[in-house]
Design a protein around this ligand. Structure first.
Ligand SMILES: [Ca+2]
Ligand SMILES: [Ca+2]
Length: 86
């Protein structure tokens, strides 16, 4: 059981979220939505295509904007930290 506990702990550490920008930080113009451009600003210049791909994937209602819940979902499960700018 001890080995299992250690494994669980390791998994937790591995999955611990990196420091991520809050919704408010990403929402540069403070209109309460994240536009594709604002979203892309979170990514490295070399990862702009991937940013757009992810944006389209997580824009659940296809309105071209991320609201809080869409952004949170992306932040929790969709983000690839290697692509991020920070
Ligand atoms: Ca905005
Ligand atoms: Ca949306």
């Amino acid at each position: 059981m001890r080995a299992l506990a250690i494994l669980c702990l390791l998994a937790l550490v591995a999955c611990a979220p990196a420091k991520k920008p809050s919704f408010d930080a990403a929402d540069a113009n403070k209109d309460g939505k994240i536009s594709l451009q604002e979203f892309k600003n979170l990514f490295k210049s070399s990862a702009q295509d991937k940013a757009e791909e992810q944006f389209n994937r997580y824009d659940a209602n296809r309105d071209g904007l991320f609201d809080g819940s869409e952004y949170d979902l992306w932040n929790q499960v969709g983000s690839d930290d290697s692509l991020r700018q920070w």
